[in-house]
Design a protein around this ligand. Structure first.
Ligand code: HSE
Length: 461
């Protein structure tokens, strides 16, 4: 082989990042690979769009068939996003015997089994390290470097956009819409930020992580998903008063023979490492039964960090292709560890139904009755008694309570930290609280994740 030729599908933010990396680090790549890496074709939607790309003329095309038909292209790099067209092109590339690198978490979360079966049948390699955690080498770590462990739990901040938004709301007291606009201005959010803010992006990523960590098939629909669109600045302030940071947390834990999968805004102690992950940074905390707690932190979004993971996958596949070229009698070296682990993760697992998880919760009950001030102390006490009565009827004990002034003048939040309770009891309690006359708006509950080693019980599969 004189060079390793790739075809790139999509040339948006990450595609542009990859081309910059290939240009800036070309020498490093050539040294590591033992041959140059060349981009033969780049599939784009619009040829007329003004681009400032480090590419020779004639490389851009709007026709996927040109990429597919080019016999010199051995690796197709899918950076288009979306699932329908990406799935079709990825399958066609594999059927044509081309290896695949993708950063597309939705594609993997929804179609991993189909794609990897096709890859296996065609003796093709698939790299997807960039699909979770940007530049953090988390998939390789799970599939190889922690593979001797039973994983007990995995908690992650795996969406940089929402982490940035929550940070601006917490530290700069920005309302949600202003913080989202700032995230978009910095290019963190996906073109359509819905998938970030409604939790879907994190759910795609936890589906991939959980499949690798627990070696089981994950039905994406079974993940309980809640985004950050309902989080208000007061919630973050109240959380801080109780010693917690509010984060969009993706979790996969194994307890009592069931896998609990969720994405939701949750509270972590301010002293926990995850509480200090800010801006576009991602972090994944894994507890394995022998390695104990391990924390992976790094830049989880953005073109450069993501391009790093994509390029490393290209290098890994390129290196194996060189090995094959040296020993032509060996038609197939087998897939890499991450691909194999994901492909084999087909056992069904019992996923706990929504609301079945036990834990402590912080309840926020908005009230127009201020506590304890002259003339209103009685109203405040009546309110507290009404809340306590309803919660106790639903089996919820909440020994730690505080009144916190809301940002809006004259409004208050009565906040209660519960003892461990099953989540669906909390839901029922919240519904019942709505019947109290002086509750100003719907009460909210945030799960508290202690993120301590002792939280995980039971023997994982
Ligand atoms: N929009 C994603 C994020 C990009 O903010 O984390 C990386 O998947």
């Amino acid at each position: 082989m004189d060079a390793l030729h790739i075809g790139l599908l999509g040339c948006g933010v990450v595609g542009g990042g990859l081309l910059s990396l290939l240009q800036e680090n070309g020498e490093v790549l050539t040294r590591r690979l033992g041959q140059p890496l060349q981009v033969r074709r780049v599939l784009v939607r619009n040829l007329r769009r003004q681009r400032n790309l480090p590419l020779p003329p004639g490389v851009l095309t709007t026709d996927f068939e040109e990429v597919l038909a080019d016999p010199r292209i051995s690796i197709v790099v899918e950076l288009m996003g979306g699932t329908e067209v990406a799935r079709k092109y990825a399958l066609r590339a594999l059927r044509a015997g081309k290896h695949l690198v993708t950063a597309n978490k939705a594609l993997l979360a929804l179609h991993a089994t189909e794609l990897l079966a096709e890859a296996e049948a065609r003796h093709c390699m698939v790299g997807f390290e960039a699909s979770v955690g940007g530049g953090i080498p988390i998939l390789e770590a799970l599939a190889t470097l922690l593979a001797a462990n039973r994983i007990e739990s995995l908690h992650g901040i795996i969406n940089g956009t929402t982490n940035y938004i929550l940070g601006r709301m917490a530290h700069d007291h920005l309302p949600y819409a202003a913080a989202l606009a700032a995230a978009q201005g910095l290019g963190y959010a996906e073109p359509d930020p819905t998938l970030d803010v409604d939790g879907t992006d994190s759910a795609h990523k936890i589906a991939i992580l959980a499949r690798l960590a627990f070696g089981v098939d994950i039905d994406f629909k079974e993940i309980s998903v809640q985004g950050i669109t309902e989080v208000g600045p007061d919630d973050l302030r109240v959380a801080a008063r109780f010693g917690y940071a509010l984060k969009l947390l993706a979790s996969a834990t194994y307890a009592e023979e069931q896998l609990h999968l969720s994405v939701r805004p949750a509270l972590v102690p301010q002293t926990a490492a995850l509480a200090r992950i800010e801006g576009p940074y991602n972090a994944v905390q894994i507890i394995g039964n022998f390695c104990g707690p391990q924390l992976f932190v790094g830049q989880g979004a953005g073109p450069r960090a993501t391009a790093s993971a994509v390029a490393c996958d290209i290098l890994a596949i390129g290196a194996r292709l060189m090995e094959l070229a040296e020993y032509p009698s060996r038609r197939w070296l087998g897939a890499g560890a991450v691909q194999q682990t994901l492909a084999r993760a087909q056992a069904k697992v019992s996923v706990a139904p929504r609301g079945a998880q036990r834990g402590r919760y912080l309840l926020l009950v908005p009230s127009g009755d201020p506590p304890g001030s002259a003339g209103t102390a009685a109203a405040g006490r009546r309110f507290e008694a009404g809340v306590a009565e309803i919660l106790s009827r639903h089996g919820i004990a909440a020994p730690h309570t505080e009144w916190v002034a809301a940002a809006a003048a004259g409004e208050w939040c009565y906040a209660l930290e519960t003892e461990p309770v099953v989540e669906r009891q909390v839901w029922a309690g919240l519904d019942a609280l709505a019947t109290l006359e002086s509750v100003k708006a719907a009460a909210k509950a945030y799960r508290i994740e202690p993120l301590a080693v002792s939280q995980t019980k039971g023997s994982p599969p």
